[in-house]
Design a protein around this ligand. Structure first.
Ligand code: ATP
Length: 306
């Protein structure tokens, strides 16, 4: 564990009776790092967050949040430095958005005068005095985010946060999270919306049936999966295709009259690019590295290897 680590998990397991929900999870997070937590329904993502929050205790293993056990005597101090947006936010319908936020501000010992500004930041300025029962699902989610961001948390846990958000607010949501991260907060974001998650995290942890099947940044996961690279070339003369035909293990797809797609193993990428760059008449070249969707399906079902 490094000195500046915000979170450290070592060999965390959690069992409910015979059901092993988490098995041997190791994780370290430092200030300013954002981790994407991905996995199928029931993989153990929420359980992991609950353990970090100190809401449940692990069956075995060690956990340190800001150097303390979050379910131990320092629970209150740890909780004040955390922000959490649960998967399903459920606030009392009879309270207004402002009342809800003030309630949470008081719990965290935060000056309630900042609450109206917090609501405006999540686009609820005009709805601050409306009762929560009149809020749409997306509005409740926004209120949940305002609550999670109260008190400038140093560790922010967001459990499937963008479900129910419209595309405009999804962008605002990620802007707010990126801002927090830029000030040094560590972030854990669980999501099934992989394409939108990818640009906002430094690392990913892939859970499958409670086990970590992969952990690292996109480059490390790409290297580990060995998924092929697609290179699309527009223009070029016939000699390029002849030369490429002589190379083994490179699949060629004709997209249209001017564009050909080559699919190759990552280690052949440079060889292919050099060949293309020596070819007369090439007008455009696009390189598509495996995205998070393809990486995830590789781990989840071993598919999408082409
Ligand atoms: P989702 O993507 O559907 O939200 P998840 O990855 O967050 O799933 P968890 O909610 O952590 O999954 O659940 C992991 C497993 O642990 C599931 O099989 C679930 O049924 C089980 N589980 C969670 N809480 C309990 C509990 N209190 N008692 C018994 N089993 C539980």
């Amino acid at each position: 564990m490094t000195d500046d680590s915000i979170l450290n998990l070592r060999g965390i397991t959690k069992a409910y009776g015979d059901v092993q929900t988490l098995a041997g999870i190791d994780l370290e997070l430092r200030p300013g790092e954002a981790l994407g937590l991905i996995g199928h329904n029931g993989a153990g993502k929420t359980t992991m967050m609950k353990i970090i929050l100190g809401l449940i205790r692990p069956s075995s293993g060690q956990i340190n949040v800001f150097g303390h056990n979050p379910a131990g005597r320092a629970h209150g101090d740890v909780a004040r430095r955390l922000g959490f947006l649960p998967e399903a936010v459920n606030f009392p319908g009879a309270m207004t958005g402002l009342e809800v936020l003030k309630f949470y501000a008081r719990l965290k010992g935060i000056d309630v005068s900042q609450c109206p500004g917090r609501l405006a930041a999540v686009g609820l300025g005009d709805a601050a005095r409306k009762r929560v029962k009149a809020y749409s699902k997306g509005m409740r989610q926004r209120l949940g985010l305002a609550q999670a961001l109260l008190g400038e948390p140093e560790l922010l846990l967001l459990d499937e946060p963008t479900t129910g958000l419209d595309p405009d607010f999804t962008r605002t949501f990620y802007d707010l999270v990126d801002e927090r991260r830029a000030t040094g907060a560590a972030i854990i974001l669980s999501s099934h919306a992989l394409a939108e998650l990818e640009p906002h995290v430094d690392r990913l942890l892939v859970l499958q049936n409670g086990r970590c099947v992969a952990e690292g940044d996109m480059a490390a996961l790409r290297a580990q999966t060995g998924l092929p690279v697609r290179i699309r070339v527009s223009g070029g003369d016939g000699s390029m295709r002849e030369e490429l035909a002589a190379l083994t293990d490179i699949q060629t797809n004709r997209i249209n009259g001017r564009t050909v797609e080559f699919i190759c193993a990552p280690e052949r990428k440079m060889e292919l690019i050099e060949l293309v760059s020596r070819t007369q008449g090439v007008e455009d070249l696009q390189i598509e590295l495996p995205n998070l969707d393809r990486i995830y399906s590789h781990y989840s079902n071993g598919e999408d290897r082409t």
